[in-house]
Write a protein that binds this ligand. Structure first.
Ligand SMILES: Cc1ncc(COP(=O)(O)O)c(C=O)c1O
Length: 410
């Protein structure tokens, strides 16, 4: 049996422990939703304040030059590159994830004009499915998008497949796919591979270089803690730069934006993927949040993430045997940094749990999602969260009608 004291001892021995002080967390609350929206870091407060108070308020329009605002998307791309195993000059921070996927899909489809099939996962995040279908419909040639069971990928790959779009860690189940094996298969069939890293960046170690990934995109508001709606990031492998074209060109991706030439000529490198003005304040928040990431390695984060998720699963199985289905794979090689528990009353359970100070979320159908974020989460939080879940289940408070009222965000 696991005791609370055992968890306290593990916290005291935890190398990442000092980083918790960098986050603003509500007293008495256990935040298990950093896989949806990360909490704010002290370093983000400071950096955003500096940008607003000094660069914007005092510097005004001069700050585009004097504060280097124009270079922020590529400078922050270089900072973020280390988290995904990319080189400098391969990552851009801009737009939001769905827009970035649109750009990469559009560019990729133009690159293989003799192929007409796109494969994606029927369980993929809905935005990915909507955008890939919309972009394929505008490809300038007839295309077929197949929503497949990802386990049948081998049978679906052939010489007609232009592009495969998959999400590396499933947003509902938390299952992590084998990025190297899948990318290799797609390449052997002559296709291009685009990965969605929404639930991977800052959650699991990533090595785009070693996995020979062509393109990827992700967001910064989940595990990277850059704030609601903060810009996403995109990765284009060096070998595709200048070859893959931005299908949504804008003035700031032009080689000479302030010459205001009538005809578009792409800038070099990732700058070509910039369409419009950078969101300077949100980028400042990301800049601050990345200061915390500079103090941790992804290996430390992964080790603790697996320990936290193992602990949660073990406690749930021990204290709530037979109550929930553990949907997330137990195999470490297939687990992201969340644990999903299946229950037909999942929505009410999450609402009741939130009232008891444990913040998770709910995804249809019947999935209670809990994100485990090693930079600020303690082992003792996991213990206490399960204690409160036991209370919610044994009191049956989740059955109260008020917990059945659906919010627009679940
Ligand atoms: C897997 C996945 N892909 C895409 C998105 C869409 O992201 P955005 O709203 O930034 O476009 C999300 C959002 O949560 C997601 O979880």
């Amino acid at each position: 049996m696991i005791l609370r004291d055992d968890c306290t001892a593990r916290d005291l021995a935890d190398e990442l422990w000092p980083l918790r002080a960098e986050f603003r967390l509500n007293e008495g609350e256990i935040y298990l939703d950093g896989n949806s929206l990360g909490p704010v870091c002290e370093t983000s407060f400071r950096r955003v304040n500096e940008v607003v108070e000094t660069e914007w308020a005092k510097g005004l329009v001069r700050s585009w030059n004097s504060a280097g605002w124009m270079a922020e998307p590529t400078r922050l791309g270089d900072r973020l590159a280390t988290l995904i195993g990319a080189q400098k000059g391969e990552v851009l921070v801009a737009d939001t994830l769905t827009f970035l996927l649109a750009k990469l899909i559009g560019g990729a489809l133009d690159l293989v004009p003799d192929r007409h099939i796109v494969l994606t996962d029927v369980d993929n995040f809905r935005s990915d499915i909507y955008i890939v279908e919309a972009m394929a419909a505008r490809a300038g040639r007839p295309m077929i998008v197949k929503r497949i069971d990802r386990n049948t990928l081998d049978a679906e790959l052939n010489e007609d497949v232009a592009l495969v779009l998959l999400t590396h860690v499933d947003y509902r189940t938390g299952e992590m796919l084998d990025m190297k094996a899948i990318t290799d298969k797609v390449h052997r069939a002559g296709g291009l591979m685009l990965w969605d890293f929404a639930h991977s960046t800052g959650a699991v170690p990533l090595d785009v270089e070693a996995c020979d990934v062509d393109f990827a995109a992700g967001c910064t508001y989940k595990y990277l803690n850059a704030g609601p709606g903060a810009p996403g990031f995109m990765y284009v492998r060096k070998k595709w730069q200048g070859v893959l074209k931005n299908p949504l060109p804008g003035w700031l991706g032009h080689a000479r934006p302030f010459d205001f030439e009538l005809d578009y000529e792409a800038a070099s490198g990732m700058q070509a993927w910039v369409t419009s003005s950078p969101s300077v304040i949100s980028l400042a928040s990301l800049d601050g949040a990345l200061d915390v990431w500079d103090r941790a390695t992804m290996e430390q984060v992964r080790t603790k993430s697996l320990a936290l998720t193992d602990l949660f699963i073990e406690l749930v199985e021990d204290r709530l045997a037979g109550v929930f289905e553990v949907v997330t794979p137990r195999d470490h090689a297939k687990r992201g940094s969340q644990v999903s528990l299946g229950h037909s009353d999942g929505y009410g359970i999450i609402q009741a749990l939130i009232e008891r100070g444990v913040i998770g979320d709910y995804r249809d159908p019947a999935i209670c999602r809990f994100g485990f974020t090693p930079l600020y989460l303690r082992y003792v939080d996991v213990f206490d969260a399960v204690e409160r879940l036991v209370e919610v289940m044994s009191s049956e408070m989740y059955r109260e009608p008020r917990f059945a009222v659906r919010n627009s965000v679940t």
